[in-house]
Design a protein around this ligand. Sequence first.
Ligand code: GSF
Length: 202
Amino acid sequence: MKLIGSHTSPYARKVRIVLAEKKIEYDFVVDSPWANDSKVPDYNPLGKIPVLMLDDDTALFDSRVIVEYIDNVTPNNKLFPAPNRERIEVKRWEALADGLCDAAVAALLEGKRPVTPEGNDWISRQHDKISRSLEFMAEELGDKSFCMGTHISMADIAVGTALGYLSFRFPDIAWQAAHANLAKLYDKLMQRPAFADTVPHD
Ligand code: GSF
């Protein structure tokens, strides 16, 4: 398998963590979708990373499709629970974490554009989404060891990836001070090589 991504993308990091936790070998191909000569649109018409290229040249996207596929490729270290209600709860955690990343990416991109009142409103709207999402995550996690209770799941990988992306792109957002339980979870996740080996960097 070949994963097309970057060292900064939280969605690509999420997939790399899953591949590492499932102990699946893959080739990592760095290709920024913003580069003029990017090959990403050749594989994903949406022009977005990550893209997982299977051995039969099938292109999988987006990251939620990719991680669900990977989790079912091998029986070990299952990250999505089988019972419907629990599986859906994990997928909602992932939707929340990815949505936080969507808001962070949107704020980051608007911050690179010329300042306008509309742009400032847009950035403020994205930061409100981030704050509400952090509150919701902290509330839902409570004093549990992991998002779903006593064992790690895809929920923790998605949440950890989102929190790591905030630290990378928005170091002024003091989410650790505001939510001690989220900080404790992230510190625990960072003890795992899958997380420690994929910290985002330029
Ligand atoms: C989001 C991927 C995405 O926005 C997923 O894989 O979960 N729902 C998708 N990727 C960004 C790079 S980064 O911000 O992670 C991307 O490829 N942007 C290029 C573009 O044209 O939007």
